[in-house]
Design a protein around this ligand. Structure first.
Ligand SMILES: *Cc1c(COP(=O)(O)O)cnc(C)c1O
Length: 405
């Protein structure tokens, strides 16, 4: 009897998986047999142009990054077998925290194993039931989860809608909330939409609210010197809390951080659960991330190349007749609208030698299916031209572009 009851648990999971497959929501994993880069080798031995990594600055497989990781491993060892506060803090972790602070223009920084943990552990130590968190409706899952772990009152404003943000600020003030924090992704990764931080800061000032931004899709390349969305919008010094990742532009391994005023970071070190109860970032990651920040502080070359590649690709893909979401971010949504078309298109691109991912409902709104292109500083002009030619071929084959006359 009990064995049978137990078996229904597993068959229930299988039914769930079957349903995901039927609905086209099952996420297969493509296996890469090489380093991450502008081109990757698949487990079928074929090389493809990669247009779907968060490898904005091309540092993930970069030789200098790899060397820095090896050097840090040799100096500091493989790992710490400890959380930070027991015996897991090395010189390199302190140096990295300082480098992040100065790069972002913040007082101090605390490292986490991931940005997911930074967002998961930032709210609960800082805010309680007397406070309010006002969150953009399309904020990242880790922000949503972090807010759930905190007792503060929750308010949501319509995505990127400043009028609705003001409505929520008024509501939180009317409810007598003590501290209010407005939280937004600096850049939203599905559309490449850049949050209107200048307006958000003005509204926050008017209502005495704090501002927190998640800079996972911005740190290292947004703004004139790559500091992020706050630099892009001219509001450096007006943001109270920044969370970010070391797993995208800033090297691409893993690891996250929160940067803020000194008191905020000191409280997080004392109380933030993913920091207190999870292992120290590996020295290889700390050392390589440090070398990345030193490199980005010396030169904007990679950031400049990324934006040149982005402008080129945006212009040329539109000239081919594809519809893109307008903007300037290296996330370029190529709109195909129909979910099966987006799936077929991505599959055909893969056969033709380009790695792009299709996104459809419920990841994006119904009728907004797309392939999302992400540019990298590592892409050469030649690779982008080849990718565009393949876009054109797949587009014609699927009848998305008029046949060649
Ligand atoms: C990727 C991402 C995260 C998670 O970053 P990890 O370091 O991989 O955990 C958090 N927030 C946003 C907006 C992201 O895009």
């Amino acid at each position: 009897m009990s064995a049978q009851v137990k078996e229904t648990f597993f068959s229930g999971l299988q039914a769930n998986l079957d349903q995901m497959r039927e609905q086209g929501l099952y996420k297969p994993e493509r296996v890469i047999a090489s380093r991450q880069g502008a081109e990757v080798v698949g487990d079928d031995g074929r090389t493809r142009i990669n247009l779907c990594a968060n490898n904005y600055l091309g540092l993930s497989g970069d030789e200098a990054t790899v060397r820095a990781a090896i050097a840090a491993t040799e100096q500091y060892g493989y790992g710490l077998s400890s959380v930070r506060f027991i015996c897991g803090t090395q010189t390199v972790h302190k140096q990295l925290e300082q480098a992040i602070s100065s790069f972002l223009g913040m007082d101090d920084t605390i490292l986490y194993a991931a940005a997911f943990d930074a967002n998961g552990g930032v709210f609960e130590p800082l805010f309680d039931e007397h406070d309010a968190i006002i969150s953009d409706a399309l904020n990242h899952a880790s922000i949503i989860d972090g807010i759930r772990l905190c007792k503060a009152a929750r308010y949501r404003y319509l995505h990127n809608d400043m009028a609705d943000l003001e409505v929520q600020l008024k509501a939180a003030r009317a409810a007598g909330k003590r501290h209010i924090v407005v939280v937004t992704d600096g850049v939203f990764s599905m559309d490449g939409t850049i949050a209107q931080l200048d307006k958000i800061c003005d509204l926050a000032d008017a209502y005495g609210a704090l501002v927190m931004i998640d800079e996972c899709h911005a740190s290292g390349f947004m703004g004139a010197t790559g500091r992020g969305t706050h630099e892009h919008h001219g509001v450096m010094g007006r943001i109270d809390i920044i969370t970010g990742t070391l797993g995208k532009a800033l090297g691409g391994a893993m690891g996250g951080f929160t940067a803020a005023r000194r008191e905020v970071i000191e409280i997080l070190r004392q109380k933030s659960r993913p920091y207190l109860f999870s292992n120290t970032l590996a020295p290889s990651i700390a050392g390589a991330s440090l070398s990345v920040l030193q490199r980005l502080s010396k030169s904007t070359e990679l950031r400049d190349r990324l934006h040149a590649n982005t402008a080129f690709f945006r212009r040329e893909i539109a000239a081919l007749g594809f519809t893109i979401k307008p903007g300037t971010h290296p996330v370029v949504p190529v709109m195909l609208f129909d979910a099966p078309v987006a799936q077929k298109f991505a599959a055909r691109m893969y056969e033709l030698g380009v790695l792009v991912t299709g996104f459809f409902y419920p990841v994006v709104p119904m009728g907004q299916a797309r392939v999302r292109v992400q540019l990298s500083a590592a892409h050469s002009q030649q690779q982008l031209e080849r990718a565009l030619a393949i876009f054109e071929q797949a587009g014609r084959e699927l009848g998305l572009l008029p046949a060649k006359s």
